[in-house]
Design a protein around this ligand. Structure first.
Ligand code: ADP
Ligand code: ADP
Ligand code: ZN
Length: 214
């Protein structure tokens, strides 16, 4: 199954994508994680991407589309994949379409996790990310067993620089201007499913599996 996750920053895309990927045994591909790994490793791509990410802006499509095309061409994606955080613009969605159409494939479902802006700022200020494995926690809604330490890998948990309220406001604006139009794009293709992202995590998860017919 080929899936994409849509939703505002902090809607719960990463949280749900990780669970669905495990349930369906398909790779979870997060462009945000790929960029952060590049920043950590000091690559050229990482240096370029960081400047945009720190400001809450999107990394340009030229730096993003080829990277995803290469990733989904890998063997582990032959049985499907979940894209988390891509596409984020109409040109990115068109580029993805082109790559898939050339292979006689298509996106089966675009899962839209619907959360109003009012709920986003508190979600983001409570989010903690693992510097080791990228796992995500929330100090109130999904705390780690030991404060500040990742359950999976034991590394440190941090508040992402771009999760501070000033940057979150910019990211929400960017979301509404550039990413929200994708809801219509996938609706027209008949691929859109929407779930209420304000529900507790387990309920959001069950709703998604239900919509996928699983
Ligand atoms: P969130 O989990 O809040 O949705 P991500 O981890 O997906 O955030 O993305 C963090 C940042 O990485 C974005 O604000 C943006 O700067 C950059 N980024 C991630 N994916 C893309 C993309 N598809 N196109 C452009 N920029 C991206
Ligand atoms: P995204 O990938 O869309 O930016 P995340 O999955 O990282 O979103 O979730 C953002 C924050 O909100 C994280 O701290 C996560 O633990 C928390 N979160 C995710 N889903 C829910 C939910 N249904 N209810 C409350 N908090 C949630
Ligand atoms: Zn970890």
């Amino acid at each position: 199954m080929k899936l994409i996750m849509l939703g505002a920053p902090g809607a719960g895309k990463g949280t749900q994508a990780a669970r669905v990927a495990e349930a369906l045994q398909i790779p979870h591909i997060s462009t945000g994680d790929i960029f952060r790994a590049n920043i950590k490793n000091g690559t050229e791509l990482g240096k370029k991407a960081k400047a945009y990410m720190d400001q809450g802006k999107l990394v340009p499509d030229e730096l993003t589309c080829d990277l995803v095309a290469d990733r989904i061409a890998k063997d582990d994606c032959s049985g499907g994949f979940i894209l988390d955080g891509f596409p984020r613009t109409i040109p990115q969605a068109e580029a993805l379409d082109k790559v898939l159409t050339e292979r006689g494939e298509k996106i089966d479902f675009a899962v839209n996790i619907d959360v109003p802006d009012e709920a986003i700022v508190s979600r983001m200020s409570g989010r903690r990310a693992c510097v080791g494995c990228g796992a995500t926690y929330h100090i109130e809604f999904n705390p780690p067993k030991k404060e500040g330490i990742c359950d999976n890998c034991g590394a440190e948990l941090i508040l992402r620089e771009d999760d501070k309220p000033e940057t979150v406001a910019t990211r929400l604006k960017v979301y509404h201007e550039q990413t929200q139009p994708l809801i219509d794009f996938y609706e027209k293709k008949g691929a859109l499913v929407t779930v209420d992202g304000t529900l507790p995590m387990d309920e959001v998860y069950k709703a998604i599996l239900g919509k996928l017919g699983k």
